[in-house]
Design a protein. Sequence first.
Length: 343
Amino acid sequence: MAIMDADYLVIGGCGFLGQHLCERLLERGYSVRVFDIRKTFENEKITFIIGDLCKKEDLMAAIQGVSCVFHCASPSPLSNNRELFHKVNVEGTKLLIQLCKWAGVQRLVLTSSASVVYEGKDIKGGHEDLPYAAQPIDAYTETKIMQEQIVLAANTKDFYTCAVRPHGIFGPRDPHLLPTAVDLARRGKFKFIIGDGKNLVDFTYIDNVVHGHILASENLGGGSVVCGKAYNITNDEPIYFWTFMTQIVTGMGYDAPKYHLPYLLVYFIAVFLMLISRLLSPFCHFIPSFTPMKVALAGTHHFYLCDRAKKDMKYKPLVSLDDGIRKTIESFERLKNGGEGDS
Ligand SMILES: NC(=O)C1=CN([C@@H]2O[C@H](COP(=O)(O)OP(=O)(O)OC[C@H]3O[C@@H](n4cnc5c(N)ncnc54)[C@H](O)[C@@H]3O)[C@@H](O)[C@H]2O)C=CC1
Ligand SMILES: CC(C)CCC[C@@H](C)[C@H]1CC[C@H]2C3=C(CC[C@]12C)[C@@]1(C)CCC(=O)[C@@H](C)[C@@H]1CC3
């Protein structure tokens, strides 16, 4: 059955970022098509095509008759599946580029990650020209680096690409950050502050990430300065990691962490537990709560400049961190201490 042409195809459009992006595109009067391996919401204005980014026949059905593609699909960054990361983020992205060119799609905006330059050591005011991490913090980030390189290298005079690098996205319907933090707090594993608690980090409210993506797509085109470039998109308000996390968990009705633990001690315990997990993997599935990636993110400075986005696409955050935290906590009533999530 022929499907209507659309201004945008959102790959991964049933995810946290994807659904918010679709809602904002519709508000701005664009026509939207979603391609995702699952369906998580209904909207009569959206054409949904359910399929696997890694399957050519699935993607061919979705890619024709669109002007711009947002590629937001990825396995969960908190999953532990190296093979799946590579299959979707690398092989799936290669297939997408091949089919974009086949179908005559002109613009591709990739959702990359600010962590593509992060090696678990302090980054204060990181800019986009920092080198890609030679030792990425995990398999997810390794494949995000490869993915971004593939997309930016695909930019030509007829096919325009760019990458948006968000960091620590939070907001209503976040499936990663807030639910993980609340789960740790509920299990009594949120009593300790890793390190001195004074490491500055970017957390980015979902509406600002969506805004950055739409600006990127609207500025992407023949001869545009945006072509072939990556853009950090943050709230432009670095905050102490533990101040942010404390506001989230106390807002959700749990106690604030009180005691400090030395960063290096926790990091090496996390590495030891990861090695034990790998040794035991043939016999049992044991995933430590505190992985080296999470500990590094929780105990080092890592915040980024979005000056390039401000200059090239007039980006500025729409929602402040304080307002974003308030809106997020209000949206997660069901997970509050004593809420239905406790059942
Ligand atoms: N959540 C965060 O803090 C950050 C996320 N990102 C990136 O933003 C993008 C969106 O992330 P979220 O919305 O948080 O994740 P999410 O897990 O909510 O959404 C990802 C979507 O991709 C879909 N998907 C996965 N594999 C697929 C496949 N083979 N075929 C079709 N669809 C597939 C999933 O079904 C899901 O709906 C990802 O590329 C992620 O790497 C980047 C920086 C930070
Ligand atoms: C207290 C615990 C040690 C941490 C609990 C919260 C964590 C689950 C989040 C804190 C920082 C978040 C984060 C990401 C996922 C969730 C956290 C680790 C990402 C890895 C998601 C994907 C990305 O691309 C990165 C840029 C994010 C970095 C921050």
